[in-house]
Design a protein around this ligand. Structure first.
Ligand SMILES: C[S@@+](CC[C@H](N)C(=O)[O-])C[C@H]1O[C@@H](n2cnc3c(N)ncnc32)[C@H](O)[C@@H]1O
Length: 237
């Protein structure tokens, strides 16, 4: 009985260990696949990103303006920009909150290289000393907490990983921290939705639906773009 109990316990732990290792490996394979996919896409798009995206990624400047003027409580000391792309928001957030440590993370090598060059070009050495640009997903950014986390046109690119990514983002917030999002919401035109899907973007309203499950919404705005799609600005936690 004793031997059988010890054997049972051993196989219970070995099975548990097997599942943990499998889950860890699957998560890493998924992340590596996502990284390869984004690298492939942005290798072509990074050089023309800043020249083209201002024509349809609306609300990015407004988000920083709203955060600067209307954020209740103390100014954030630690800020994370998830999917920081070419660094536009990293620079704007550093200027808006001069005392803050600003971290930008992105999985695309080409976008991150652009962000590094833009930061170097736009900020002085003192400002730069409080900037970190990391080649990572929020899923791998462990053990850090932030007062403000910004997601600008990033969550609509996360597909099936939206919920785990959002869960991880919220776990990285300090108790009084805020999440600020600007992103695509929905298009009723199926052809346009399909075209955006080719560009890795979901326009099915899933991001705002997932955010609606968050505990506290501080601000939410919905805006039309050319009558073709709508985009939103959301601040909460
Ligand atoms: C449309 S761009 C937005 C860039 C920037 N935030 C802006 O507003 O201009 C989306 C960025 O998110 C990055 N991205 C997408 N999924 C990601 C993930 N799971 N982890 C980190 N970065 C991600 C992409 O590599 C890309 O640079």
């Amino acid at each position: 009985m004793g031997v059988c109990g010890a054997g049972g316990l051993k196989s219970f732990f070995l099975t548990g260990l097997f599942f943990l290792i499998t889950e860890y490996l699957l998560k890493n394979i998924e992340l590596a696949e996502r990284k390869a996919e984004l690298n492939g896409y942005y290798r072509l798009h990074a050089p023309i990103y800043d020249l083209t995206r201002w024509t349809f990624l609306f609300g990015r400047n407004k988000l920083v303006r709203v955060l600067t003027s209307n954020l209740s409580g103390k100014p954030p000391k630690t800020i994370l920009d998830v999917g920081c792309g070419t660094g536009k928001n990293v620079i704007a957030l550093k200027r808006a909150f001069p005392d803050a440590q600003v971290v930008g993370c992105d999985l695309s090598d080409a976008m991150l290289a652009r962000a590094q060059a833009a930061v170097k070009h736009s900020l002085n050495p003192r400002e730069m000393s409080k900037i970190e640009l990391i080649n990572a997903s929020i899923l791998t950014l462990k053990d850090r907490q932030f007062d403000l986390i910004v997601c600008s046109y990033m969550l609509s690119m996360t597909g099936d990983s939206l919920e785990p990514i959002l869960h991880n983002i919220r776990r990285r917030l300090n108790p009084k921290g805020k999440l600020a999002v600007v992103d695509f919401n929905f298009s009723a035109l199926s052809m346009f939705r399909r075209w955006m899907r080719v560009n890795h973007v979901s326009l099915d309203g899933s991001v705002l639906r997932a955010l609606a499950l968050c505990a506290k919404v501080e601000r939410q705005e919905l805006h039309q773009a050319f009558g073709i799609w709508n985009w939103f600005l959301w601040i909460g936690r």
